[in-house]
Design a protein around this ligand. Structure first.
Ligand code: UDH
Ligand code: MN
Length: 348
C-alpha cells in the first residue's frame, strides 16, 4: 500500500515539474531568438508566394510581438547583403488583381500606413517610398503586389506614401515628390527617400531600395526601352536620395506642370551640387513597365524642356524652400499611406 502511494506521488510530482518547465519555456518563448528565426522563415515563404502564386495567405506568425524594447535592444544591425533575396522575379500584369488580394498576401506583415521593419535585425536606414499618383489604381495594385514582398526580403525599414494630386489640373509629378518628402518627415525621422513611378516594377530584388553615397538611379533597364538606358543623363522612373542629398539640391522643382523635364532638372541639380550619381548594373536594374496611354492633363509640356536648361539659375529658389500645398485627406491603409493634396496650380 505504502509503496503504491509513493509511486503515485512520484508520478504526480513528475507531471507537476514537467508542466512547470513547459510553462517557463512558453512564457519566455516569444522573445526567444528561435521564434524570431521562425518568423524569418515565413518571410522566405512570402518570397516564394510572390514568385509562383497569385495570392498567398497571410500568416499568423507575423503577429508575434517582437517590437518589445528588450528584444529590440538585443538585435544586431541587418547584414549588408540581405540573406533571403531571390534575384530575378517573375512579373506579369495580365492577372486581374484587387487590393484585397494584396492585403491578404502581405497585410499581416505590415503595420498601418504600409509600414514595415524587419523583426530580427535593425536596418541602417529608414526609407520613405514616395509614389506620385492620380487615377492609377490598377497600377498601384500591381506595384504593391510585387514591391512589398521585395522590400520585406530586403530587410528594409520602410513606409509607402502615395501622394494623390486632387482635381483635374495639369499633373505635377515633381511637386508631388517634394510633398511626399515633407509629409513623410512629419511622420517619422526618415533617412532616405525613394521616388517611384507607380507603373515601374523591379525585376530583380537585388536592386536594393535604399540610399547610397551618391544619389541613386534604379530604373536603368526598362522593358519598354529594350532594357537599355535611354540616355546617360537619364534620372527618371525610380530614384533615391538621402535626406542630406535631397536638401543639398533643394529637392525637385515645383514649377514643372505637365509631362517632361522635371527629372532632367533634378539631374542637373545633382550635377551642380553633388557632381555624380550611382546606378545598379543593367541586369539588377531591370524593370517591367505597365503599359499605358498618356494621361489626360499630363500632356507633354514643351516649356518644361526649355526650363530644364536653366536649372543653374533656378534651383535655389524653386524647390523645397518654396514648396506650398494643402493636404485635403489622409487615409491609412494597411498597404500604404494615401495623402491627397491640392498642389496650388497657378491660375494664369
Ligand atoms: N502619374 C499618375 N497619374 C497621371 C499622370 C502621372 O499617377 O495622370 C504618375 C504615375 O506614378 C506615373 C508617373 O506619374 O508613373 C509618370 O507619368 P507617366 O507614366 O505618364 O510618364 P511616362 O513617361 O509616360 O511613363 C509618358 C506617356 C507615354 C505615352 C505612351 C503611349 N504609347
Ligand atoms: Mn509611365
Amino acid at each position: 500500500m505504502g509503496k503504491k502511494l509513493f509511486t503515485l506521488l512520484l508520478l504526480y510530482s513528475f507531471i507537476f515539474v514537467a508542466f512547470f518547465a513547459l510553462f517557463i519555456i512558453f512564457n519566455k518563448g516569444w522573445a526567444h531568438p528561435y521564434f524570431i528565426k521562425a518568423q524569418n522563415a515565413e518571410i522566405i515563404k512570402i518570397g516564394f508566394f510572390s514568385r509562383f502564386t497569385r495570392s498567398g495567405q497571410g500568416n499568423e506568425t507575423s503577429e508575434v510581438q517582437v517590437n518589445d524594447s528588450a528584444v529590440e535592444d538585443s538585435l544586431k544591425p541587418c547584414p549588408e547583403t540581405p540573406p533571403n533575396l531571390l534575384g530575378p522575379i517573375q512579373v506579369e500584369f495580365e492577372t486581374n488583381r484587387f487590393m484585397d488580394d494584396v492585403r491578404k498576401k502581405v497585410g499581416s506583415f505590415l503595420q498601418m500606413g504600409g509600414r514595415y521593419k524587419p523583426p530580427d535585425c535593425i536596418s541602417k536606414q529608414k526609407v520613405a517610398i514616395i509614389i506620385p499618383f492620380r487615377h492609377r489604381h490598377e497600377h498601384l495594385t500591381h506595384w504593391l503586389y510585387y514591391v512589398h514582398p521585395n522590400l520585406i526580403r530586403q530587410q528594409l525599414h520602410y513606409g509607402i506614401y502615395v501622394i494623390n494630386q486632387d482635381g483635374d489640373g495639369k499633373f505635377n509629378r515633381a511637386k508631388l515628390m517634394n510633398i511626399g518628402y515633407a509629409e513623410a518627415l512629419k511622420e517619422d525621422d526618415y533617412d532616405c527617400f525613394v521616388f517611384s513611378d507607380v507603373d515601374l516594377v523591379p525585376l530583380d530584388d537585388r536592386n536594393l531600395y535604399r540610399c547610397f553615397d551618391l544619389p541613386r538611379h534604379f530604373s536603368v533597364a526598362i522593358d519598354k526601352f529594350n532594357y537599355k538606358l535611354a540616355a546617360i543623363n537619364n534620372f527618371g522612373g525610380v530614384t533615391a536620395l538621402s535626406k542630406e542629398q535631397f536638401l543639398i539640391v533643394n529637392g525637385f522643382p515645383n514649377t514643372y506642370w505637365g509631362w517632361g523635364g522635371e527629372d532632367d532638372d533634378l539631374y542637373n541639380r545633382i550635377m551642380l551640387r553633388i557632381k555624380s550619381i550611382s546606378r545598379p548594373d543593367a541586369v539588377i536594374g531591370r524593370y517591367k513597365m505597365i503599359r499605358h496611354n498618356r494621361d489626360l492633363n499630363n500632356e507633354q509640356n514643351p516649356s518644361n524642356a526649355k526650363k530644364a536648361k536653366e536649372t543653374g539659375k533656378t534651383w535655389d529658389q524653386d524647390g523645397l524652400n518654396s514648396l506650398n500645398y494643402t493636404v485635403t485627406q489622409t487615409i491609412k491603409d494597411i498597404l500604404f499611406t494615401f495623402i491627397a493634396v491640392d498642389v496650388h496650380e497657378p491660375t494664369e
